[in-house]
Design a binder for this molecule. Sequence first.
Ligand SMILES: [Zn+2]
Length: 60
Amino acid sequence: MTKGGPSMGRKASARLHYRCRRCGNSSFHKKRGICSYCGFGASSKIREYSWQKKNFLKTK
Ligand SMILES: [Zn+2]
């Protein structure tokens, strides 16, 4: 299960996500300027989905 070859090492070192100002997670995309975790940059609202809840099946 090897894919990519030796060049994959360089790819891993490149930082794409930085620490988000709003949620604190390192999910802020450098180029897009959007946080993949809370949606900072894309919308003023906090990105939230029902499936994020841990006990979603129980509460349903
Ligand atoms: Zn965020």
